[in-house]
Design a protein around this ligand. Structure first.
Ligand code: FES
Ligand code: FES
Length: 171
């Protein structure tokens, strides 16, 4: 089936099988490998992109369902001259990544979160990113980065709940 998607402003037309997932179209047909596949079962959020402005897990969408849509991936977030998006800059400033595998999905989900709620509390950021898993469990700095981006100054130091190292859970 022939479909056309605009990804980061560029048109991609291809003949795809009806079962082709959007994430596979993005990675294999469009060649944009910044969008990662962590689980393929809609659990991890590594594949998060924006579909017509909404944050979606691209392993849960068929490419044919996205026919005619505008997609933004992590590669489309920085300015044309390479200047990082404020969310990318905040992740960089606050070391909001360890191995980096979850990072593209986290950044895409976080930018969406701030569009819906530009001034979130720490708790709202944690709840808003619940669908994105970090296997390095680096949540503290990720949340800090999102709060810094929300403040308008990616290098600001938001006040954060101290990490409870005895909880063993997400911090
Ligand atoms: S690869 Fe899509 S949610 Fe994990
Ligand atoms: S930084 Fe490694 S999975 Fe999140």
């Amino acid at each position: 089936m022939e479909i056309t998607l605009r990804i980061n402003g560029a048109e991609h037309r291809a003949d795809v099988e009806p079962r082709t997932l959007l994430v596979h179209f993005i990675r294999e047909t469009a060649g944009l490998t910044g969008t990662n596949i962590g689980c393929d079962t809609s659990s991890c959020g590594a594949c998060t992109v924006h579909l017509d402005g909404e944050s979606v897990k691209s392993c849960t969408v068929l490419a044919v369902q996205a026919d005619g849509s505008e997609i933004t991936t992590i590669e489309g977030l920085a300015a044309a001259d390479g200047t990082l998006h404020p969310m990318q800059e905040a992740f960089r400033q606050h070391h909001g990544l360890q191995c980096g595998y979850c990072t593209p999905g986290m950044v895409m989900a976080a930018t969406s979160l701030l569009e819906e709620n530009p001034d979130p509390t720490e708790r709202e950021v944690r709840e808003g990113l619940e669908g994105n898993l970090c296997r390095c469990t680096g949540y503290h700095n990720i949340v800090k980065a999102v709060l810094a981006a929300a403040s308008g100054d990616p290098s600001s130091e938001p006040s954060m709940t101290p990490v409870d190292v005895t909880s063993g859970g997400r911090s």
